[in-house]
Design a protein around this ligand. Structure first.
Ligand SMILES: [Zn+2]
Length: 424
């Protein structure tokens, strides 16, 4: 489909305007839900249920470890092209883009994204299977279900020949998980080409229909390394031991009080160091994750971590054999905390869609790709791709497609509410 013509005088464009309140948002969504072509798109979701499951198993079988998503980027690019979307391309990081032009030549993009990376390191055995109606495989829900929803929305719109007023931008982005630290989405919003043209972003992340992530959870991550001289466990006994020092740092840091509200957490998720049982180690490292809705609490934990390190490392400064211990604290992740304003168009639109579909949902706080535009003062939310899932970030992850079409209807109606739909 090429760039659409401007809306004809005889067609009616249903979309929001700045002055419209939530009641009118409700009417707009109700009108869109009545359109014949929208019903055709809904029917497409049901008639393609099996194909969508096959796609989900297929994409899950393509490894996409952090920093190495190239094979999956190539796969997604092909799928976008097969669907007849325009300007299908990828950027230097591996983010994949496709456009569905709108009828309004002046409108900004409404973007729909799904992260394509997984948490599983290269070499993780990937076994995908279908069993008793459920799908299994590492990443099958987070975020293969999101990727499939992206393709389902585009596929149904193409099949039903729906006319969106604002152009739609479909994005499969890299580097969302863990130490990827949202690098894909950050890069996109660093490009004026996109940051100046995306009006709002809807992020699809994982299964479900019952949440609206409109509050970005801030997180900061650190790698702490303690280094020493090392030596033989017998003959060099007494030489400062980095593993012991690290253990004492952990103990001290973990005694930092955190408030229940705003919820603030810390985790030591990984430690390593040493070479053998009879060697005094030369180094020990840990990775620390801190999270809070409040920047002040993140600051406080950061200070506490540095204090713990300094206190333990300087503890033996006067003693000869302790002098060789050094420590380094390196920030390896920093996700901004920010909230979507309650009176935003996007929040009104998703509320109206949920009312239309009789879908009970609640606002939640989480760390997703939506953090990036939210921290720039832009409109963004993250929602689920429908169905249900569990065991996220484990190799026994599962996805149950029961009820997927509710999630897909929700996404489609939201996009049409934001972009406007032309009733021809
Ligand atoms: Zn995810």
């Amino acid at each position: 489909m090429g760039p659409g013509p401007p809306a004809r005088a005889s067609s009616t464009e249903l979309s929001f305007s700045e002055s419209q309140g939530s009641r009118s948002a409700q009417q707009q969504v109700a009108c869109a839900a009545e359109l014949r072509k929208v019903h055709e798109a809904f029917a497409w979701f049901r008639s393609h249920a099996r194909e969508l499951e096959d796609l989900q198993l297929e994409v899950t079988s393509i490894a996409a470890p952090p920093w190495d998503e190239a094979a999956r980027s190539a796969w997604l690019k092909e799928r976008f092209s097969d669907l007849g979307l325009t300007d299908v391309h990828q950027d230097e990081l591996g983010n994949v883009f496709a456009i569905r032009p709108g009828t309004d030549p002046n409108a900004a993009y409404i973007a729909l994204s799904a992260h394509i990376d997984t948490v599983f390191p290269a070499g993780t055995p990937i076994e995908v299977r279908r069993d008793a109606g459920k799908l299994y495989g590492p990443g099958i829900s987070d975020n293969s279900s999101g990727i499939v929803a992206l393709l389902a929305i585009a596929g149904a719109m193409q099949a039903a020949n729906l006319s969106n007023a604002a152009p739609l931008l479909f994005v499969g982005d890299v580097g969302e998980e863990g130490e990827g630290d949202l690098r894909g989405m950050r890069h996109i919003f660093q490009q004026p080409k996109w940051s100046a043209t995306i009006a709002s972003l809807v992020v699809l992340d994982g299964a479900g229909t019952d949440t609206i992530i409109a509050e970005g959870l801030g997180s900061r991550r650190y790698e702490v390394t303690v280094r020493g001289h090392g030596g033989h466990s017998w003959s060099d006994f007494g030489v400062a031991n980095p593993i012991l020092a690290l253990a004492r740092i952990i103990d001290r840091f973990a005694s930092t009080p955190v408030p229940a509200l705003p919820k603030t957490t810390y985790n030591i998720g990984l430690i390593n160091g040493g070479t053998s049982v009879n060697s005094i180690p030369e180094s020990a490292t840990m990775k620390v994750d801190t999270r809070s809705a409040s920047v002040e609490q993140l600051d406080r934990l950061e200070i506490a971590l540095h204090e713990a390190v300094d206190a333990i490392i300087s503890d033996g400064a006067g003693r000869k054999k302790q002098e060789l211990l050094t420590a380094e604290v390196r920030m390896i992740g920093n996700r901004p905390a920010a909230d979507l304003p309650v009176d935003s168009q996007l929040l009104k639109a998703i509320r109206a869609v949920d009312a239309q579909l009789n879908n009970a949902s609640r606002i939640q706080r989480a760390s997703t790709d939506a953090n990036v535009p939210l921290s720039l003062g832009r409109e963004a939310i993250a929602i689920g791709a429908g169905g249900s899932g569990g065991g996220a970030h484990t190799v026994s992850e599962w996805y149950d497609p029961t009820g997927r079409d509710l999630g897909l209807k929700r996404i489609l109606l939201l996009l049409l509410a934001l972009a406007g739909v032309v009733d021809e």
